[in-house]
Structures are given as structure tokens and as C-alpha cells.
Design a protein around this ligand. Structure first.
Ligand code: ZZB
Length: 281
């Protein structure tokens, strides 16, 4: 399975983390620390409003020598935050480590999903300068990086969870989510799907009467429907700056992916097939 890893640049880290991993502060100041999220939908990155972590999950903090672009010989030492299993996979891929030092991992420490809730990041292509890491209780730690970027206009899971955080004050308090992390972030139309409109995920969530991020069965159905119809019938509304506005989703996907990788905003990442476990089991 091939994913695009989008690099969500950490703008700050909580005191508990920087005191445990002192090197982190300097790297954050240099703009070299990223939470990495695996996605199959590069063309939706214009609509990011937040990202998601699993509060009970454990994430590792690793140093990699990240290749500047897919063909470049140049590398920069960057700090990536993700599930340990993903880091192990990365350590065998040339985009992350010098050929010759495969399989070697330099781990600076660990951070819990709970500590990551509320961390501000800069998400490439997003309309918002600064978005926040929120909890998503359905994240699988054995798929992708265990970090998910959120596009509530086109992903029903993302929409349902963001709506939970926006509307449920008690739930927010329980998980350390504040209003400023959610209130300013409105859906950004990215794709028009005939019959589903400019916010297909919202349309599906309302149509199927999905109640919350825990409504697993219906969310699966919404996901399948938006994936399929978006891919074949969807037309890009966003992405004028990258020349993809008006394009079919099926064509825009590779254009945006190539552009983001060229610009150092994303990295192609491979995952062994046997390890792929879908979100819904
Ligand atoms: C942005 C995005 C925008 C996504 C969208 C989907 C959609 P699949 O098909 O099951 O492999 N994802 C990635 N990793 C995880 C994880 N560990 N746990 C839970 N969800 C995860 O699903 C791949 C998608 O599931 C990824 O693509 C990511 O969300 C999420 F408009 O990234 B996506 C209709 C879906 N739309």
C-alpha cells in the first residue's frame, strides 16, 4: 500500500514534552518537527481544518534524514512523530534514511496521544495558518502513522468527530479540547460531487443520520460512498494555485501529490500489505 505522508509542522509542544525531550525546542524553532499523517487523498489537502490523534495511543519521536524531494540527493535532519511501527517501516525507505543506513532508528523519546491533543500545527495547503490536533477515538494504531489529517468536507469520519468536538462541551472538557481549537474552523469546499454537493461528507452524515464519531457502521457506508463517487464524478473546486481547479479528482490526485512531494510538504510512504488493517477492522 502506498500512502502520501503529509508533514504537519509542529508550532509548539507542551511543556511536559519539551522538558522530557529538550532537543525538541530548538528543532521546533527551526521548523524541523512534524507530525506525519498518512493519506490516500492528496487532492483534499486544501480542506484541512485540524488533525487527529488517538489519546490512548503512544507515539515515538524520531530523527530522520529526510530527502528534500523524490529525486534529490540533499537531505535535512528532521524530527518526525508517528507510531513506532510506521517509523520502523520508514527506516527501510530511501526517502527517510540514507541508503546504507537502512533499519537504523534514532528515537528521541515518546509522547502520548493525550499530550498531543491541542498542539498547534501548520498543515500544508490548508486555508488556516494554524490548526490543532484533536482526539479521534476510532484511530487504528496499526495503520498508517496513527496520525490522521482531517478534511471534514470530504471525510465523514472527520466531519462526525469535528462536529462532536464543536458541539459537546462536556466531551471537550473531558479530553482537554478548548473552544479556540474548534470554533474558528469551518468546512472548506474542495470537491463538487454531482448529487452530493460541495461538502459531500456533511451531506452523507446528515443523510445517514450519523450521530457521532462512534457510529461505526454508518460511517463506513458514508466513507465507501464518498470515496467512490468522489473519485469518478468529483470535480475540483479548490487548488487554483496548483492548476487543479476544474479537474477531475482522479486526475488531480497525482498532480497534487507530485507537487507536494516536490515542495517538501509530503513524502511517499509504503506500508507492507500484510500490516494494513482498515479503520473499521
Ligand atoms: C485525508 C482524507 C480526506 C482521508 C478525505 C479520507 C477522505 P483506508 O481507505 O481505510 O485505507 N486514516 C489514515 N490512517 C488512519 C488510521 N490509522 N486510523 C484511522 N484512519 C486513518 O483509509 C485511508 C484514510 O483513512 C486516510 O485518508 C485517512 O483519512 C484515514 F476526504 O486522509 B484520509 C471518503 C474518505 N475521504
Amino acid at each position: 500500500q502506498e500512502y502520501m505522508l503529509v508533514k504537519l509542522q509542529l508550532l509548539e509542544a507542551p511543556e511536559s514534552v519539551t522538558s522530557r525531550i529538550p532537543e525538541l525546542s530548538e528543532s521546533i524553532a527551526k521548523g524541523h518537527v512534524f507530525m506525519v499523517a498518512a493519506t490516500l487523498r492528496p487532492e483534499t489537502m486544501y480542506g484541512q481544518t485540524n488533525c487527529y490523534v488517538l489519546p490512548s495511543g503512544e507515539y515515538g519521536v524520531y530523527e530522520f534524514d529526510v530527502q528534500h524531494t523524490p529525486k534529490s540527493a540533499e537531505r535535512t535532519r528532521q524530527v518526525l512523530i508517528c507510531a513506532a511501527r510506521a517509523a520502523r517501516n520508514m527506516s527501510y525507505q530511501d526517502a527517510f534514511v540514507e541508503p546504507g543506513s537502512q533499519g537504523q532508528l534514532k528515537q528521541l523519546g515518546t509522547v502520548s496521544g493525550k499530550e498531543l491533543v491541542g498542539v498547534p500545527v501548520k498543515a500544508p495547503k490548508a486555508k488556516y495558518e494554524r490548526v490543532y490536533a484533536l482526539p479521534l477515538l476510532s484511530i487504528s494504531m496499526t495503520k498508517g502513522t496513527g496520525i490522521v489529517t482531517s478534511v471534514p468536507s470530504d471525510s465523514a469520519d472527520d466531519y462526525a468527530a469535528l462536529r462532536d468536538w464543536k458541539t459537546d462541551e462536556k466531551l471537550r472538557a473531558k479530553h482537554g479540547v478548548t473552544e479556540e481549537m474548534v470554533a474558528p474552523f469551518e468546512l472548506v469546499p474542495v470537491i463538487n460531487i454531482p448529487g452530493l454537493g460541495d461538502r459531500a461528507a456533511e451531506t452523507m452524515v446528515l443523510k445517514l443520520k450519523i450521530k457521532s464519531q462512534h457510529d461505526e457502521k454508518k460511517l463506513k457506508e458514508a466513507k465507501a460512498e464518498t470515496y467512490k463517487r468522489g473519485f469518478y464524478e468529483g470535480i475540483m473546486i479548490a487548488g487554483k494555485e496548483d492548476g487543479v481547479e476544474g479537474m477531475k479528482v482522479s486526475e488531480a490526485k497525482d498532480v497534487v501529490k507530485a507537487k507536494m512531494c516536490e515542495d517538501g510538504e509530503a513524502i511517499v510512504y509504503f506500508e507492507p500489505e500484510s500490516e494494513v488493517v482498515s479503520r473499521s477492522g
